[in-house]
Design a protein around this ligand. Sequence first.
Ligand code: NAD
Length: 498
Amino acid sequence: MLAVLNVPTIGEVQVPTGIFVDNEWSASSDNATFPTVNPANGKPLLEFSHASSVDVDRAVASARRAFQTTWGNNVPATARAGLLFKLADLMERDSKLIGALESLNSGKGVRIAAGGDVADSIACLRYYAGLADKIHGQTISHYGKDKFVYTLHQPIGVCGQIIPWNYPLQMWAWKIGPAIAAGCTVVMKPSELTPLTALYMCNLVKEAGFPPGVINTVAGMGATTGEAIARHMDIDKVAFTGSVITGRKISVAAAESNLKKVTLELGGKSPSIVFDSANIKEVANWVALGIFYNSGQDCCAGSRVYVQSQIYDKFVDALKAKAEQCKIGQPCDEETSFGPLISEAQRDKVLGFIESGRAEGARVLTGGHKWAQSNGGYWVEPTVLVDVEPFMKVVREEIFGPVIVAAAFETEAEAVDIANDTSYGLAAAVFTNDTRQATRMSHALDAGTIWVNHYAYLHPGVPFGGFKQSGIGRELGTYGLEAYTQVKAVHQNLNLTL
Ligand code: NAD
């Protein structure tokens, strides 16, 4: 279950391509495989084992055994912390290689993959390692001397985790860190487009000394492997990141099977509000980062910008300049900050959105095409659409590409209305030099994350998740840990008589 891969900047590397259950590799039960493609040139990358429902059953059984014997409440929390710290150390040891694999599979620039994605994933594991032995219940003593009540925060059990392709390793760490710290066991399904780093991590899981069955990984398609997880009768919780459509299907599958608990981190159409007191050049830098980072394939991308009318023209010119300065290039080039989109389908979807914007009357200020040097890869130019109207598809729907729409507003009240005029609510940003205005806006915007005078910064200790259709529950921080525990109330009779 190994393949040899020629990894730019590294050389030939053996990488796992199989199914990881009970700390062992195998082919799928029916020997089926699925292909992946290099998004930078459109050529085949690797074939991976496609996990069938039989493989999912095997992974769940392994996770259940581990939960009941070698994990969960059977080990001290400090032991779980120690293994997570060890895993983070091993990631750090291999970070150059992991970054190169992430870059090759997902198309992101190799410097950002190693310095951003891998480093942030290590930080996330360490954060949760530190929290593992700080999970506390309550003592409830207001019954007096006759009765004593306390709560236990116990691990939920076997967790299915289904992750997307835009941040393959970070989404892996956001899910693994809290689940393992809480004492849960895991059946992880990476995206069929980007399974490489999640599978690489399995070898480090084994090397770190995790007992068999604590972290199992089954790669495969959503409609088969993913569905088998979402409908499984012996999975206690499913944690999902991806599209709203799939989030709905997972909720239905969970409800129709064993009513497993569900947390969802879905998409967004996040607004940035720029008031005329803000520094135009500085704000253009943040807004450009907010939309063009990861080539716009970001659930919290700042994909709508609303600018107070006095500075609108100057601001969109500054944003255009920033868009045109993006370091577009090959993922393996250290200079590259703007790589290709993940797939041909995603590129065509984004180009289709740009066409619909044009057809509905938006003006393309810059970009709007495939990158001229794409050479078989899936780049779309950083694109700014101006003078958009609320009814337009490019304003209402998540594009998930490097396309920002801009419009002007007059008053603070109008800014709140247009910002909140969306079915999403993942993030929003406010740019103003008036602190009272910043506070008013932060309280009025319907979003799980508000950035004031910056964009895009996340931290493992700060909760992240959506209002409205952007999701259910929170990841990261102590809230993210709570999502993997359940509360048990214990009533002790000290002196009660009937
Ligand atoms: P998706 O939601 O289909 O896929 C995400 C994960 O869900 C993958 O692992 C996939 O295999 C799995 N999946 C798909 N169908 C499933 C099912 N029926 N049951 C269980 N699991 C299933 O996302 P996508 O097709 O890769 O991308 C489509 C759109 O989703 C994008 O254009 C973008 O708008 C959005 N998206 C959002 C995020 C985010 O972070 N919010 C991430 C990726 C994609």
